[in-house]
Ligand binder design. Structure first.
Ligand code: C2G
Length: 458
């Protein structure tokens, strides 16, 4: 029996894939098909895969061409598989010619002519969402670059009151306007990274205009406003996604799973610190009006792991703030202390002071340590009493996670289009749960209302 093996992502399985599988099968008597895992595709730079692994496997199985289906999960696995399954022939499309010659040491290598005129990328790009970016900071430049890597997305407009921080190539190629409604009229989806004071109103207007929205946290300034916006999104079958790129870092997501699985025992304390002096000064902010206070700029990020690990319902929240004497809603350094039934937590945030931006999750068997800047990490450690038991984890993170949150956003829109509801689309894409978004809005709102806030003498 001649065993043949081939591999692929098979996103939106099409005629090119099927022809490849048919010819692969005709090379022998038994065909093994390796389907790439979501993680492995991310690692090898295929960030735009829309279908989850189980759907892609089902599509390959439905062709009836594979005698066995395996999952390709790591670099180098092909050698393991060829040896493990006693494969006689490895084959793949001619777009890979030469790339797998090293396998000739283990089996015959055959490159089959790739079918012209069809690809998953083209299929993904048939639906192009026109996107409007709302914001004035240099972060918008990074978002624009990342959007360019995402299939099915085209940035067509920027809405900003001041464009002096935006790069030339944006200004030359897009509609630039300070009229939010004019921008809405030209797009299908909106990304809001304006001053947090504007988020609630802009999200509401965008949803009422029938646009899917991704908004930088905090989405709103109270739990009730947050509920209202999610209800509006559900009513109109639109996605409203809380945008904190940290949630789309694989390292961060895996850390949460390990903690939830008890790797450090019961969590007794979480300490998250986020500071960044530039947030408060040019080029990030142009004036007091455009500067983001510490709570607005960093509290959502610092609170994310706390609420995701300890739950969104703290028993108490107390905020100590060093504020600008002229404006007590503008804190330049704050500490949020939270108590939960069996744990404490602190979120230390500052746009007017600098500290070590680490995250420490303390448990009864050990602790998690993520070094600065933990909020865009590709690395974390689990540290134990016995150092020889320490473990280190690395997961590549390209583009700080921004491109992955956009892919998740488009996948959520796909899910809604296929009849899913907003909440389950969010859960499936590993997005930030609505109850977490709500809890973050409540803390920010209570700060701005002066509830549970102690203003230290500046
Ligand atoms: N293919 C083809 N014609 C097309 C598109 C794809 O023959 N129009 C072939 C590819 O050459 C590949 C297989 O179909 O052999 C699966 O293609 P993809 O799903 O794009 O996967 P790819 O990233 O090419 O996977 O390690 C090898 C890679 O995993 C191959």
């Amino acid at each position: 029996m001649i065993k043949v093996i081939t591999y692929g992502t098979y996103d939106h399985l099409h005629q090119g894939h099927i022809r490849l599988l048919e010819r692969a099968r005709s090379l022998g008597d038994y065909l093994i098909v390796g389907v790439t895992s979501d993680d492995f595709d991310k690692q090898r730079g295929k960030i735009n895969v829309r279908q989850p692994l189980e759907e892609r496997i089902a599509a390959v199985r439905a062709t009836g061409l594979a005698d066995k289906i395996i999952i390709e999960e790591y670099e180098g696995q092909k050698i393991d598989d060829v040896k493990r399954y006693g494969v006689d022939i490895f084959t793949v499309g001619s777009d890979w010619v030469g790339r797998f010659d090293y396998l000739e040491e283990y089996c015959k290598v055959v490159y089959l002519e790739r079918t012209r005129g069809i690809s998953s990328t083209e299929i993904r790009s048939t639906v192009k969402f026109r996107c409007g970016l709302v914001g004035y900071t240099d972060y918008i430049n990074r978002v624009f670059t990342e959007c360019g890597l995402v299939d099915g997305l085209e940035v067509v407009a920027i809405c900003a009151n001041d464009t002096s921080l935006l790069e030339e190539d944006l200004l030359d190629s897009l509609l630039i306007t300070d009229d939010f409604d004019e921008m809405l009229g030209t797009v299908d989806v909106v990304y809001i990274h304006s001053h947090p004071d504007c988020h609630y109103d802009q999200v509401k207007r965008a949803l009422k205009a029938g646009k899917h929205v991704m908004c930088e946290a905090p989405v709103a300034k109270s739990a009730s406003e947050c509920d209202e916006l999610f209800a509006l999104a559900d009513e109109r079958c639109l996605v409203l996604m809380d945008s904190l790129r940290t949630a789309y870092s694989t390292a961060f997501a895996r850390m949460l799973l390990l903690v939830a699985g008890g790797c450090i025992g019961d969590v007794v304390s979480i300490d998250a610190t986020c500071t960044n002096l530039k947030t408060n000064r040019p080029p990030y902010s142009l004036s007091r009006e455009t500067a983001w206070s510490s709570m607005a700029a960093w509290a959502p990020t610092a609170l994310l792991p706390i609420f995701q690990i300890l739950g969104p319902k703290p028993k108490s929240v107390a905020i100590s703030s060093l504020c600008d004497p002229k404006d007590d809603a503008f804190d330049y350094f704050s500490r949020i202390s939270l108590e939960f039934p069996r744990a404490v937590a602190s979120a230390t945030v500052g746009t007017g002071a600098k500290s070590e931006g680490s995250l420490v999750v303390s448990g009864t068997k050990g602790y998690v340590y993520i070094p600065a800047p933990w909020w865009k990490t590709d690395y974390f450690e689990i540290r134990c009493e016995e150092p020889s038991n320490n473990r280190r984890f690395f997961y590549q993170l390209d583009g700080e996670g921004i491109r992955f949150e956009w892919v998740a956003f488009l996948r959520m829109i796909d899910s809604l289009g296929r009849g899913s509801d907003g909440e389950s689309a969010l859960r499936r894409e590993g997005g930030i749960g609505r109850e977490i978004t709500r809890a973050i809005c409540e803390v920010i709102g209570s700060f701005e209302r002066g509830a549970n806030v102690r203003y230290l003498e500046a």
